[in-house]
Design a protein around this ligand. Sequence first.
Ligand code: FMN
Length: 212
Amino acid sequence: MKVIAINGSPRKGWNTDTLLKKALEGAASVGAMTEMVYLYDLKFRGCVSCMACKMKKEPRPCRCIQRDELTPVLDRLHEADAVILGSPIYFSDVTGEMRSFFERFLFQYLNYDDYAKPLSPAKRCAWIYTMNCPESLFDKMGYRALFQRYENWMKLYFGHCETLLSTDTMQVKDYSRYHLGRFDAEAKRIRHETVFPQECQKAFELGVRLAQ
Ligand SMILES: Cc1cc2nc3c(=O)[nH]c(=O)nc-3n(C[C@H](O)[C@H](O)[C@H](O)COP(=O)(O)O)c2cc1C
């Protein structure tokens, strides 16, 4: 059992990274081999619509032919049993790097002959998102639909997907040093000390579930 986490945050050691590490810890605790990929360490582009993966060849290519630092990652993901995608929310979506990764990961498997039958191997999948937004604002911000859409893509392509949310996260350690006046620093600190550990535990359990 191989579980790969794809980290779409530029900040190592922060919210997304911590939750992904916990999920991998959970997977490792039941015997899985685990790997973390930091997208911001890689030089790569999103899909350039070259259409090489859709050429009429036998066997069907179904693989991205762009060659860059994402290529070996896509190869390892093709073979992996489970994948966990983690991203902070930037301007009401995943980060640019995560989106570029997502295009490359899924487009190679997209089947224009029958959308409902992508050419991807089955995998157990999960999304982990972190964000400033509290859950109370999800409907107003359209976040529920966003998370559902990304979960649906993964379910369609790989057959399984769960979503874990970490809301109202701590964005900096010391709020007094920044122009972040709209946030209640004390409330953020308390939440980080009380709720974030629970989210870490949920991430651990998610990793266990994916690896079992
Ligand atoms: C460029 C940028 C845009 C952001 N946009 C949003 C947003 O639209 N909604 C939100 O809830 N948080 C937003 N945030 C806050 C981050 O999602 C939040 O701090 C997240 O937990 C950061 O993850 P990290 O600690 O793993 O880096 C934004 C942060 C940055 C740097």
